[in-house]
Design a protein around this ligand. Structure first.
Ligand code: SF4
Length: 442
């Protein structure tokens, strides 16, 4: 029995898929190189937008068309959100929600004989439970967002308890839960033997260790965990992927400022620079809190990268709300933005809001914020010229310093080394190392 897993969506889903692959291999299933060559195809899905859903449905049709004999198991966030919809698609044999994802390796031996077709197409079996009851989760280190193999992402936290009205995550990934301290340390020790930089990720990373009853003897929060990692492992550089603004505690920021082994990189989702929109999104902070955290972080880490997720076109976002967002971002020392256009998700409170913003206006606001982000990023990149940065060499001929700007190397260097680079100029979206043959400062 050969299996193939196709992952969709975010790093968290990739981490689940990598863990599932490892578990299936342990059970004696052999990985296939492509869906065409597999007896079992697992689609590990995402449902963050309606186009993510479209991608999944198209892929199911394609797999079934190209390999009609394969059994198809659909799991992940879309499977959790809408199992009945997926079960109607021809070729789908099982839909397994995130609630039962960790059990797929145990379920399969029982499921497979039942799917012996004998010329009959079996009815699709749906295995989906209440995700709020889930207490465990899958996780394996995965490559970073650019597919680079030198900076593994380790997911140490799953789920979210926040009530943000646009977000489908709590209903498809469940409540916040954490990888144990011992497991985090063991994973980091093992990765630190091979890699220079490790990226800690989670759905709501700042909530690591905060669920009731979690390791009462330790009572660690994220900053305490980071201290332990620094003391008890040899990892040369840790990067913290994204932390909600209210979890950017003084302790965490002070630790980041004091430790050269934690990358000077702060990513804090903003979503909107209008308090009235934040209130309706049920975000748990207001702009003054966000500003306070970012300005404090900037005082402590003046050369750091500061990133934010921002959403345009949330229902009811007026021209004035958008203007406030634009001006708020303009005056903060943010160095990059991830701008998302609001997409109504069935099952979220904002879905049925009557104030849906027309799509062309959403797109126009997204474009304006992306232009602003480019301007701010250019100013940040220009400020790096002449500086010497410590960077990890990647497997694509570039290097990544603490401040998250990709540097084109002046000469070949092996991947996965920590090096010092003098910045000589700019490239289209990043920096160039100084070299007698390289670009002039611009
Ligand atoms: S904090 Fe809000 S946006 Fe982020 S995962 Fe939780 S509910 Fe979703």
């Amino acid at each position: 029995m050969r299996f193939f897993i196709q992952n969709f969506g975010c790093r968290a889903t990739q981490a689940d898929g990598a863990a599932l692959e490892g578990l299936l291999a342990k059970q004696g299933f052999a990985p296939a190189e492509a869906a065409r060559a597999a007896d079992l195809v697992i689609l590990n899905t995402c449902t963050v937008t309606s186009s993510a859903d479209d991608d999944v449905r198209k892929s199911i049709h394609r797999v079934h068309r190209e390999n009609p004999g394969a059994r198809i198991l659909v799991t992940g966030c879309y499977a959790q959100r809408s199992p009945a919809e997926l079960s109607q698609i021809p070729g789908v044999t099982w839909v397994v929600g995130n609630s039962h994802k960790t059990q797929i390796p145990d379920l399969l031996p029982g499921l497979l004989p039942a799917a012996d077709y004998h010329g009959q197409v079996p009815a699709c079996e749906i295995i989906v439970g209440d995700i709020r009851e889930a207490r465990d989760f899958l996780s394996s280190p995965v490559d970073d967002a650019f597919g680079d193999r030198t900076r593994p992402n380790l997911k140490i936290q799953e789920g979210c308890n926040n009530p943000c009205t646009f977000c489908i995550i709590p209903s498809v990934r469940g409540r916040s839960r954490s990888m144990s301290t011992q497991q985090v340390l063991a994973e980091i020790r093992s990765l630190a033997g091979t890699y220079r930089e490790i990226v800690l990720t989670g759905i709501n990373l700042g909530r690591w260790g905060r669920e009731a009853g979690f390791e009462p003897e330790r009572r660690l929060r994220l900053d305490g965990l980071l201290r332990l990692i620094l003391e008890q492992t040899s990892v040369e550089r840790l990067r913290i992927s994204s932390v909600e603004p209210m979890d950017l505690s003084d302790d965490l920021l002070d630790l980041m400022a004091a430790s050269p082994r934690i990358a000077a990189h702060v990513h804090a989702p903003l979503q909107s620079g209008s308090d009235s929109v934040l209130r309706r999104m049920k975000r748990r902070y207001r702009t003054r809190h966000y500003e306070d955290r970012i300005l404090r972080a900037h005082r402590l880490l003046p050369h750091a990268a500061f990133g934010a997720d921002v959403m345009t076109g949330f229902p009811g976002e007026s021209d004035d709300d958008f203007r406030q967002t634009f001006e708020f971002i303009e005056r903060l020392p943010l160095t990059y933005l991830h701008v998302f256009t609001y997409s109504a998700r069935p099952g979220t409170p904002a879905f049925s809001d009557s104030g849906q913003v027309p799509h062309p206006l959403r797109k126009q606001r997204t474009r304006l914020l992306r232009e602003l982000a480019e301007k701010k990023n250019l100013a940040f990149r220009r400020a790096q010229i002449g500086r010497t940065l410590r960077a990890v060499t990647l497997d694509n001929g570039k290097a990544l310093p603490e401040n998250y700007l990709a540097v084109d190397l002046a000469a070949h260097r092996p991947a996965n080394r920590l090096v010092e680079l003098k910045i000589g100029g700019l490239t289209a979206g990043g920096l160039a190392e100084e070299s007698p043959f390289n670009v002039l400062p611009s």
